[in-house]
Design a protein around this ligand. Sequence first.
Ligand code: HEC
Ligand code: HEC
Ligand code: HEC
Ligand code: HEC
Ligand code: HEC
Ligand code: HEC
Length: 438
Amino acid sequence: MIRYKKFISRFIASLILIGFISNNTVFAQGEALFKAQCANCHKPNQDYTGPALAGARNREPSKDWVYKWVANPSGMIASDPYAKGLFEKWKPTVMTAFPALKKAEIDAILDYVDAYKEPVAPSGTAAGATSESSDNNSLLFGILTLILAVVAFILLQVNSNLRKLSDDKEGVLRGEPVPFYRNKTYLMAAVLLLFGLGGYTTINGAMGLGRMKNYQPEQPIYYSHKVHAGTNQISCLYCHGGTQDSKSGSIPSVNVCMNCHMAIKEYKGEAITREDGTSVNGTAEIQKLYAYAGWNPEKKEYNPDNNKDGLPDGAHPIEWIKIHNLPDHVYFNHSQHVKVGKQNCQTCHGNIQEMPEVYQYSDLSMGWCINCHRESKVDFYNKADSTGNKFYSIYEKFHEQMKDSVIDKSGRKILNPHRMDSVTVEKIGGTECQKCHY
Ligand code: HEC
Ligand code: HEC
Ligand code: HEC
Ligand code: HEC
Ligand code: HEC
Ligand code: HEC
């Protein structure tokens, strides 16, 4: 009976776990899709270019309405009364059609939006919090070790004193105990300890030369990722489109900022404070942007080009300070990781959407690259449901050979001696020196 109980409770626990995980992945998929496809025009709980999406399914005429709408908004506006009403309210903008979105994907987006909660006020970024707590842990362990060492030392002293006492009582003659600072064993131990610690810090420091984890320079404009990518849900790719198709992450030009800031002249959002406690005047920062762009917000036009350099008078590029910087001998390609490898920006850059000012989240060491290549699985092409990376369809033959059992020459099924259940980046050569070093 007890065995049964154990089994049942484990079974239920794993069911809950599976439910939780699969629920979470659907939710994450909804979030990713919403941010990539819809967030330029919609917010969950606030009207934007289009209506707030939370609860949209409840106000719409039928359950299937939204699938038809997303697939073909202009067609619906022409034929459906509810859609016509919507358009009257939001014209002249007509929503973009997304005919390729599947029903499950639309459901995932709307589930995400319905469950969305406004981010709570900053209490240190999540990333900062975890690294802080691990720092705290090592400090705690350090102090504990020190206390234990002192206790051990005192006990040793007490022990030798007691031995001396009992020897005296029994009349055994012994010399005075040597004081601990002249005791050769203690001295030896101390020297060894110092040597080890010194060596460790020297080597660690030398390896860390040139690494800039947590680097957070002051930028020419106080531009907050938290305001843009977090609160206003602007997709990273809107500004950093280069990450999809090129080696570099690319910083947006002033034009990209002006797409929105011709209209957004003031900052009315939540108060922003710098890390040193001083507050940031968002509206004044937007004025700085206008100075860089050569834009006259009163007249709503760019300054004339009197000096004929092809730019409005006074316009000059914003000199953003580069934060991430690999040494020149390393080759790193964004599109290979973002588009091909399907890695999230946040895995490498931390929760940028929660950072008022960007800082370098990872140490960008060689070990960091290699560890991820050892663990990450390559997204092989799957013929059955045509998911995964088409490029790897050329490895179909090897994929077959990796399966659990193979047919040998005489036609018998045997266990495959080379079988594996997945292929990591390491196995396709992701740890070979020349892949990363020119
Ligand atoms: C180019 C801007 C734009 C994008 C991108 C966009 N929408 Fe819209 N959406 C609108 C506008 C504007 C309306 C209001 C109707 C109209 O004028 O077309 C709307 C209306 C809707 C409605 C009806 C809301 C209601 O009140 O019933 C839904 C649902 C919707 N959008 C879902 C989505 C989803 C899901 C995505 C992403 C896959 C998306 N939209 C992307 C602009 C956009
Ligand atoms: C509205 C435009 C915009 C959006 C949206 C945006 N960024 Fe940025 N990003 C910038 C600008 C401008 C800079 C340079 C100034 C700075 O470092 O803060 C920058 C800098 C960065 C940097 C540091 C680059 C360096 O110098 O090494 C990273 C990393 C980054 N962004 C990642 C992201 C991620 C991830 C997202 C989405 C969550 C995102 N950005 C969304 C405009 C944007
Ligand atoms: C897709 C639209 C969009 C783009 C592109 C955009 N912004 Fe913004 N920006 C906003 C919105 C929305 C706000 C918040 C306004 C509010 O809450 O009142 C904002 C606020 C700001 C603020 C005040 C808050 C803060 O972050 O200090 C500054 C400064 C700013 N933007 C600079 C920039 C710069 C520089 C760029 C180009 C790299 C840029 N913006 C690109 C939409 C945009
Ligand atoms: C696998 C890790 C990884 C992922 C995923 C990743 N980045 Fe980067 N990113 C880096 C590294 C490493 C650098 C430094 C590159 C250099 O110095 O050559 C960098 C640099 C940048 C820069 C500065 C410009 C440059 O290329 O040096 C921007 C902007 C940026 N990343 C944005 C993004 C955005 C946006 C995403 C998500 C779409 C993203 N990154 C995903 C690792 C990553
Ligand atoms: C978060 C995990 C992650 C990190 C961190 C990471 N990579 Fe990768 N990398 C991948 C994945 C996944 C692929 C496989 C992409 C594919 O399917 O081809 C890859 C592929 C590569 C490749 C191509 C390998 C090949 O055999 O074609 C190079 C080169 C590379 N990474 C360089 C780097 C460098 C340099 C760094 C550190 C600055 C780095 N990567 C950090 C996940 C990562
Ligand atoms: C996945 C990418 C990757 C691979 C594979 C790789 N390296 Fe590196 N390597 C790096 C990065 C990133 C750095 C820069 C580390 C830093 O700046 O701290 C680096 C730095 C170095 C350095 C300079 C010393 C240092 O730590 O800064 C040497 C030497 C080196 N690598 C040798 C090798 C050799 C030898 C191999 C093959 C066994 C190899 N690397 C494979 C990414 C890689």
